[in-house]
Design a protein around this ligand. Structure first.
Ligand code: PXP
Length: 260
């Protein structure tokens, strides 16, 4: 299974001081030398971490393919077309969210997503749709003509953390921490089953299937066994670990866990 390393959080640290250190560009060689297969960045509408110049420099310098996450806003799509990443992953975006909280509404926004895909494909940029792991979303993604789907693993990851960690995983999780363990186990099984079913369906429809969000060194194990998933995109847990181990070790350790 291939590994895309999301390096947005290096820019998050830089933006905490609004200076030029640390430079996300410095991560490219380290990721490439330690087993990463792809670099992932998110050019958000509010430019809260990665800026246009970062995206340009990263795409120009990266020894690995660059997967650029972006919204379907036509102005952003025009910028992405001119940046020419290897792949664009279309994600829903809300200004007030701390991270991408759910998948794209592929049915409700069918026409706008179709326009974005056609424009990107015309610029020889392959397109992935970040969707919730549901049968309907996968089927609609296939009808939209996307090359990839990326399945949102956030629900699975949140439930896993509630079950296995003594600390609240996220602000969403606090209430559900009071759920009995057997109920959490059932919910994890359901969330995991949704990912398996969606990945299998995606593959059978001819889509390439990625997954990501909230994956870490613990919860990745059962995801790696899903052989219809080709790629994982992981950011937070790798960059968090790198504070203590260095980025080289953090990437290498995650890549080892991606081996089937
Ligand atoms: N995939 C997509 C589409 C994302 O939006 C994100 C978060 O930016 C990730 C993967 C990585 O998520 P995390 O940082 O939780 O590993």
């Amino acid at each position: 299974m291939t590994l895309g390393v999301n390096i947005d959080h290096i820019a998050v640290l830089r933006e905490a001081r609004k200076i030029n250190d640390p430079d996300p560009l410095m991560a490219l060689a380290v990721c490439a030398q330690n087993g990463a297969d792809q670099i992932t960045i998110h050019l958000r509408e509010d430019r809260r971490h990665i800026h246009d110049e970062d995206a340009q420099r990263i795409i120009d310098a990266s020894p690995l393919p660059v997967n650029l996450e972006c919204s379907i806003d036509p102005a952003i799509i025009d910028i992405v077309c001119s940046l020419r990443p290897h792949r664009a992953t279309l994600v829903p975006e809300k200004r007030e969210e701390v991270t991408t909280e759910g998948g794209l509404d592929v049915s409700g926004q069918f026409e706008s997503i179709l326009n974005a895909i056609n424009k990107l494909n015309a610029h020889e940029i392959e397109v992935s749709l970040f969707i919730d792991p549901t049968i309907e979303a996968v089927e609609t993604s296939e009808r939209l003509g996307a090359q990839w789907v990326e399945l949102h693993t956030g629900s699975y990851a949140n439930l896993y953390a509630m079950r296995h960690s003594a600390l609240p995983h996220s602000h969403h999780a606090i209430e559900s921490l009071r759920l009995p363990r057997h109920e959490l186990d059932e919910r994890i099984q359901k969330a995991y089953g949704d990912i398996v079913d969606s990945a299998n369906l995606g593959r059978s429809l001819g889509l390439k299937v990625a997954a990501g969000h909230g994956l870490n060194y613990q919860n990745i194990a059962s995801i790696v066994t899903i052989d219809t998933i080709e790629e994982l995109n992981i950011g937070q847990s790798i960059i968090a670990r790198s504070v203590f181990t260095g980025l080289a070790t953090a990437v290498r350790d995650m890549k080892k866990l991606c081996q089937r």
